[in-house]
Design a protein around this ligand. Structure first.
Ligand code: ADP
Length: 659
């Protein structure tokens, strides 16, 4: 057995914090590495030691093997925990660690390599007797062969990039006439994303559920599974909510699927933590192998909640050569757990990632609640990384009780400063089909009306305008240095109204108000409100509005007011400037960056003739690439950025002259 004294964490954000916690619990020194963008990050402060390893782009830091190995040597680390993403499933990095005499906390490189290609993985599983989705995963990639195989499989079918991940390069094909163009576009996307355009074809399971099994192996040939996680609630093939036990699970099905998961792990001679993913066909009730993730999963806390195990501790022990302390029969699920992923993204803008500062991040202290977060109040969400803010995990004795608790948590979570998917998550949880466990992977597309998520209920705009007006009034009152005896907004007569205008939910709301001491009368669209201030602090105000007393968490940054109550959620309203600066004029033919991002590819040069819909520039923000296309035919006049330039939202990228 090799003893581990110091672990370097080759990752960032919440997973780095999670590993740090396990290290501390085990008395192991933990070393963080960080990029420029993360120099103030929470995980950096939590680690025993933190080493700066380079620029904010992942290739300059978290993906740079040389820098990570050098940091490990400098800090005397005898092991590296890769977290998930970045280098966690990179077989060459595992070998490199081995050559350098550093323990890699994860499976052997052979297992990672074997699962790196979806085709080879399917081959191996088929040989081992694990059920796989019927389809074609041969070497012959000619259009003619792919088309012939597609016709044999029948429609609908799914094209997948064999080197794929994250849902990239996947195409559903419903009809024969679309097959060739789908093959070509899937190949192109696969080549761009993975440098490899090999495809496989599968029968498309129309009503499927994603059910995965946590597996765990040691270096002595023992492998067990740690029950299932249901991850069917997805958007663009990405998980949004994970739960365990699965609402459809029976003990007979669990035994069968668990056995297949262990069989898959044994075929790989697997050690350490991993996940075997299956797709379950609702109609036939058959299940098929999808892939093995050879790392710790984002959603591992769900399994920890119901099994009572500490998976990171088990990973560290196993990497040192210790045998598993438990056997299959010892694994018992207790209660029910659910995880929701809170992201900085804008549901109303096609879930585009959002950057910026989170001014306040606070949540209620509830029994059975676990929050794994990358941030604290004041943290910046950077454009360089995944926009996940936190994972919220709730455990209770049964599904209904845990759902109620998660809903309560989401109602009371104060996350002010950036737009998040909080209201989207609440909408999902409230849906009857979700509550009843009746859903498949299309649930979000088919049942959630995205356009309605952020709509404010009747009467709320008025309430927000009153809260912001009174908070602003009180702030001015406090900062008044002179004429202390005159109340702010003082007029000769009580009967003279003052006015404020706010932009709320794309509407303009004008309030008129007057006051006597701390009793205010508001007039909004002829409607009268009586309000008074009960208590105020720097980031909250307690008000009585028409006899209803409650707290409003408020943060005011310039003209922006971020307001939260449990009933309303987190909203941002904007006060109209009394002396507005003229709005920036749009430059004719100008293309601006829609969000803070990095220019990753420029498809055109000055002087090029272009046609409508031609790709111009590809920008990347938080792992998501967006191609900016031409709105009309024309000639490129000038390009103001280079590949690699970081730009703010609204930055002029290039100009096109109409012909
Ligand atoms: P990736 O590695 O890109 O995540 P996966 O093979 O794990 O790709 O599939 C991702 C998701 O796509 C699954 O969770 C499931 O929702 C869907 N999916 C994959 N294969 C099929 C299939 N044959 N039929 C229907 N849906 C599928």
């Amino acid at each position: 057995m090799k003893k581990v004294n110091t672990i370097l964490i080759a990752n960032r954000g919440e997973i780095a914090s999670r590993v740090i916690r396990a290290c501390k619990k085990m008395g192991i020194t933990c070393v963080a590495v960080y990029s420029d963008a993360d120099s103030n990050a929470l995980f950096v402060k939590q680690a025993d030691l933190a080493i700066h390893i380079g620029g904010s782009e992942p290739v300059k830091s978290y993906l740079d093997q040389d820098k990570i190995i050098a940091a490990a040597k400098r800090s005397g680390a005898d092991a590296i925990h890769p977290g998930y993403g970045f280098l966690s499933e990179n077989a060459s990095f595992v070998k490199r660690c081995h050559d350098e005499g550093i323990i890699f906390i994860g499976p052997k490189s052979e297992a990672i390599e074997a699962m790196g290609s979806k085709s080879r993985a399917k081959e191996l599983m088929k040989k081992s007797g694990v059920p796989i989705v019927p389809g074609y995963n041969g070497k012959d990639q000619s259009d003619a062969t792919l088309k012939a195989e597609a016709l044999k499989i029948g429609f609908p079918l799914l094209l997948k990039a064999t080197a794929g991940g994250g849902g990239k390069g996947m195409r559903i094909v419903h009809e024969e006439k679309d097959i060739l163009s789908a093959i070509n576009s899937a190949k192109r996307e696969a080549k761009n994303a993975f440098g490899d355009d090999e495809l496989l074809i599968e029968k498309y399971i129309e009503s499927g559920r994603h059910i995965e099994f946590q597996i765990f192996g040691d270096q002595h040939g023992n492998v067990i599974h740690l029950l299932e996680r249901e991850c069917t609630i997805q958007r663009r093939y990405q998980k949004v909510i994970e739960e365990s036990p699965s609402p459809i699970m029976t003990s007979a099905l669990r035994a069968k699927m668990g056995e297949a998961a262990v069989l898959a792990a044994k075929a790989l001679n697997y050690d350490n933590a991993g996940t075997v993913e299956f797709i379950f066909d609702d109609k036939t009730e058959r299940f098929y192998f999808l892939e093995v993730n050879t790392r710790l999963q984002v959603e591992h806390p769900v399994t920890e909640a119901i099994t009572g195990l500490d998976l990171v501790q088990m990973q560290i022990e196993s990497a040192q050569g210790l045998p598993l302390k438990i056997e299959q029969d010892d694994v018992k699920g207790n209660g029910y757990a659910i995880e929701a992923r809170l992201y900085a993204e804008d549901a109303s803008n096609n879930f585009a990632p959002v950057t910026g500062k989170v001014h306040k991040f606070e949540f209620p202290d509830i029994d059975g609640l676990r929050v794994e977060s990358a941030i604290e109040s004041g943290s910046e969400i950077s454009m360089f990384y995944d926009p996940m803010i936190a994972k919220i995990i709730v455990k209770d004795s049964n599904r209904e009780a845990a759902h109620r608790k998660l809903e309560y948590m989401l109602q009371n979570l104060v996350c002010q400063g950036t737009i998040t998917n909080q209201a989207f998550l609440q909408t999902l949880l409230r849906h009857n089909n979700f509550r009843d466990g009746k859903y498949n992977t299309h649930f979000i597309d088919e049942h959630i009306n995205i356009s309605e998520i952020n709509n404010l209920p009747e009467g709320v705009a008025e309430e927000l305008a009153i809260a912001a007006t009174l908070f602003g009034w009180h702030q001015r009152e406090m900062s008044r240095k002179t004429l202390k005896s005159l109340p702010s907004g003082w007029r000769n007569s009580f009967y003279e109204y003052q006015k404020e205008t706010f932009f709320i939910d794309e509407k303009k709301v004008t309030v008129k108000y007057r006051h006597l001491h701390k009793n205010f009368t508001f007039l909004i669209d002829e409607q009268e409100f009586e309000a008074s201030i009960i208590d105020v602090s720097s980031n909250a105000i307690r008000l009585n509005i028409n006899g209803l007393q409650q707290d409003y968490a408020i943060k005011c940054i310039g003209n922006n007011y971020f307001i939260h109550t449990a009933a309303i959620g987190n909203v941002q309203i904007i006060k109209e400037d009394r002396f507005p600066v003229k709005e920036k004029e749009k430059i004719p033919g100008g293309y601006e960056s829609p969000m803070p991002s990095q220019v990753v590819k420029i498809h055109v040069s000055a002087g090029d003739k272009i046609k409508e819909n031609d790709p111009l520039i590809v920008i990347s923000s938080m792992k998501m690439e967006t191609t900016i296309e031409a709105d009309e035919d024309g000639v490129v006049e000038e390009i103001y950025v280079e590949e690699g330039t970081n730009v703010e939202a609204g930055f002029l990228l290039l100009k096109i002259n109409k012909n």
